[in-house]
Design a protein around this ligand. Structure first.
Ligand code: 5SP
Length: 225
């Protein structure tokens, strides 16, 4: 059976001056996860949680574990362009491959996700998903359905063949989509096989966020086989 629906509102669209309350309300409204975008003004043209956060996906693994993160999802493109200087503070570890980074995230007690941007072909993931070592395989794949950087963009349906290809090959893999998800676009994403749904403006901009979360969940659950 394909994996259950997981609804993960992106707090990028929350009210930053009442973030704690917005997060609490969102969980009470039925969200399973909170999706927290770490943007650095370098890999994407926006800054979310401050200039101390750099482009390196590896540099901050321990800090986010200590901050209470359960799943650390990094961009494939950022990992392959990282360098020795991106190693965790106080270590001399060198250039990071996606597989090494996944192993490192697991060693810190978190699940690991790997994300791809719209221009990255899904094929780059096969070798990583089929890796011999279970510790180096991701627990989730995120297919971006907008160019990362900002909330409120239009859904890119042309990204869905990637989701379909992943679902066909890996029936039980959690597959996340992020960007432009709403009641209008969820059916296409769910048909393609996505089960982890990030939604920012659709949830935080809604009059009844609980109803939106519930509709997103229903659309995914309906298609589980
Ligand atoms: O990572 C991003 C954008 O880069 C997302 O998480 C957005 O925050 C999703 O926002 P909506 O498209 O749902 O408004």
């Amino acid at each position: 059976m394909s994996p259950p629906a997981i609804i993960a509102p992106s707090i990028l669209s929350a009210n930053f001056s009442a973030l704690g309350k917005d997060c609490e309300d969102t969980i009470n409204n039925g969200a399973d996860w909170l999706h927290i975008d770490i943007m650095d003004g370098h890999f994407v043209p926006n800054i979310t949680w401050g200039p101390a956060v750099t482009a390196s996906p590896k540099r901050w693994v321990t800090e986010f574990k200590n901050a209470g993160c359960d799943l650390y999802c990094f961009h494939y493109e950022a990992a392959i362009s990282s360098t020795a200087a991106d190693s965790p503070a106080g270590t001399s570890e060198g250039k990071t491959s996606p597989k090494e980074l996944i192993r490192y995230i697991h060693s810190k007690g978190m699940k690991a996700g790997i994300a791809i941007k719209p221009k990255t072909p899904v094929d780059v993931l096969w070798d990583i998903l089929d890796g011999q070592n279970a510790d180096e395989r991701p627990d989730m794949v995120l297919v971006m359905t907008v160019e990362p950087g900002f909330g409120g963009q239009s859904f890119m349906a042309e990204q869905l063949p990637k989701v379909k290809a992943l679902r066909e090959k890996y029936p039980e893999l959690p597959i996340e989509v992020d960007g432009g998800l709403s009641e209008k676009t969820i059916d296409q994403a769910a048909d393609a096989g996505a089960n982890v749904i990030v939604a920012g403006s659709a949830v935080f901009g809604a009059k009844d966020p609980a109803a939106v979360i519930s509709k997103l969940r229903e659309a995914v659950e309906k298609r589980r086989s």
